[in-house]
Design a protein around this ligand. Structure first.
Ligand code: NAG
Ligand code: NAG
Ligand code: NAG
Length: 490
């Protein structure tokens, strides 16, 4: 019985150990699929956990950095953190999530990340002899700063600068519609002692509708983008000739307005002064009269005199009041004039606006003209080239024609020479023929003579022969007769 119980206990124990071994043994250590991206100064988590989840509370977890340099980062041992052999740069910056360990979450928290923290980290569960790695990318970014760096042609040169970046970012200039502008060359960059990049790029911009331009700095690996916009005031752009003319027109308009206003004010002022002076005089006279009356308690003649004086004064007052009316009328007239001047001013303002619009148009047209001019220049150059080529061709042709002509002349000369030679030869042949004919004629003459001579000779000889024959015949006849005489002999 006891043996059975012991065996059962053993069996159960083995089963328990097997099950726990199977469950823990089948767990994998899992990290993130993508690198962890951080900026300097961030607090980050390097994820690492057991899947399926089993408690890691009693396991040994080792976090180390593999490259660029192997360093001990964090150790969890005997159910607590151990900082023995921890690399100094990680001191006080690492921790694990104690509440998460029972869920198999052994992620590491790293605070105040620096550029030198970047690298590949290993999460190693020594108990299971299983591990995974996590890539940490650390970047640095900062806001770009734009400044106006002068003017070039009709444009304004802008400079954008941004330091404290890692890795090296791209920098671009854009207009307000988001179109990338052609910068004045590639970005300049340099790296400081901390390994951070400073990038700088210039652009020459033309006047646009709103004169707003953006500098964009972008780091794709850490997926960060920073932008700064600038508004360039119109006055910063170089003034054109049209601008100068408009400025002069404005100045002239202002001077004319000021002069009219000044004249009006001066006239008003002098009229008022005159009026005031007369009133003052009147007052003084009245006061004097009153004093006289009071002083003397005067007799009737004096009263009459006084009455006369008063009448005169009244008349004078009437005149003055008329004067005053005149002045008032004049003032109204001047007011009217002022209104006219104001209207004129408004008209001028309108004109000014028109001129400004025209100026803008002109500027646009100037741009187009510039382009046309350039095109024309190009065409002219091309035309010149064609003409040059044609001239060259003509020269070549002329040269060749000259050569051909010379050759022809030479040929003609040769032919003439040969003809001359042939003619001479012909003449020689003719001469020779004539000579031959003459010779032949001579010889024929000779032969004829010889024949005649021969014939004469023959005739002579025939005559001789005939004579001889006749002689012979005669001789024979004479002989016969003798024979006959002597015939008996035979
Ligand atoms: C592990 O714990 C941390 C901190 O609570 C949490 O951010 C992370 O998502 C957890 N990881 C998993 C796989 O649950
Ligand atoms: C973060 O680290 C930098 C340099 O490594 C240090 O100057 C700064 O004081 C640290 N910040 C915190 C909050 O610890
Ligand atoms: C500015 O204008 C000039 C000529 O008018 C032109 O060559 C240049 O490309 C323009 N710049 C921009 C950024 O449009």
């Amino acid at each position: 019985m006891k043996t059975f119980q012991t065996s059962a206990a053993w069996c159960l124990g083995i089963l328990f150990i097997s099950v726990s071994l199977i469950t823990t043994g089948s767990s994998e250590v899992v990290g993130p699929a993508d690198p962890v991206v951080a900026l300097t100064g961030d607090d980050i988590i390097l994820p690492c956990s057991l899947k399926p989840s089993v408690s890691a509370e009693d396991m040994i977890v080792e976090w180390t950095r593999l490259n660029p340099k192997a360093e001990k980062v964090h150790l969890y041992l005997d159910s607590r953190d151990s900082f023995v052999d921890q690399f100094p740069s990680y001191r006080g910056r690492t921790s694990m999530f104690n509440e998460e360990l029972k869920n198999g979450n052994v992620s590491l928290k790293l605070t105040n990340v620096t550029l030198s923290d970047a690298g590949r980290y290993r999460c190693f569960i020594q108990t299971l002899k299983k591990e995974t790695t996590v890539q940490l990318l650390v970047g640095a970014v900062s806001q770009p700063v734009i400044s106006i760096d002068g003017t070039k042609g009709w444009g304004v040169v802008l400079k954008c600068e941004s330091g404290g970046w890692f890795p090296e970012p791209q920098m671009e200039w854009l207009d307000s519609s988001g179109t990338i502008l052609p910068a004045d060359g590639p970005p300049e960059r340099h790296r400081d002692s901390e390994g951070l990049y400073t990038v700088r790029r210039h652009v020459t911009v033309n006047r646009t509708g709103n004169n707003r331009f953006t500098c964009r700095v972008n780091q794709l690996e850490i997926n960060h983008l920073k932008e700064t916009e600038i508004h360039v005031p119109d006055e910063v752009f170089p003034k054109s000739q049209v601008g100068l003319i408009v400025g002069l027109l404005i100045a002239v308009a202002v001077v004319v307005l000021a002069a009219s206003a000044g004249v009006f004010m001066w006239r008003k002022h002098t009229e008022e002064k005159k009026c005031r002076k007369q009133l003052e005089k009147q007052k003084i006279q009245s006061t004097e009269l009153l004093e006289d009356v009071n002083k003397r308690k005067a007799p009737s003649s004096f009263v009459q005199n006084l009455t006369e004086q008063l009448m005169a004064a009244k008349k004078q007052i009437e005149m003055l009041s008329k004067d005053k009316d005149d002045v008032t009328r004049e003032k109204d007239g001047l007011q009217g004039q002022l209104n006219d001047v104001t209207r004129e001013k408004d008209g001028l303002q309108g004109l000014l606006n028109d001129v400004t619009r025209e100026k803008d148009d002109l500027q646009k047209q100037t741009g187009q003209l510039e382009k046309l001019k350039k095109d024309k220049e190009k065409l002219r150059n091309e035309k010149d080239k064609v003409i040059r080529e044609r001239d060259e061709h003509i020269q070549n042709l002329t040269g060749e024609m000259e050569k051909l002509r010379n050759e022809k002349d030479e040929h003609i000369q040769n032919l003439t020479g040969e003809m001359e030679k042939l003619r001479n030869e012909k003449d020689k042949v003719i001469r020779e023929r004539d000579e031959h004919i003459q010779n032949l004629t001579g010889e024929m003459e000779k032969l004829r003579n010889e024949k005649d001579e021969h014939i004469q000779n023959l005739t002579g000889e025939m005559e001789k022969l005939r004579n001889e024959k006749d002689k012979v015949i005669r001789e024979r006849e004479s002989d016969g007769m003798e024979d006959m005489e002597m015939g008996g002999v035979f």
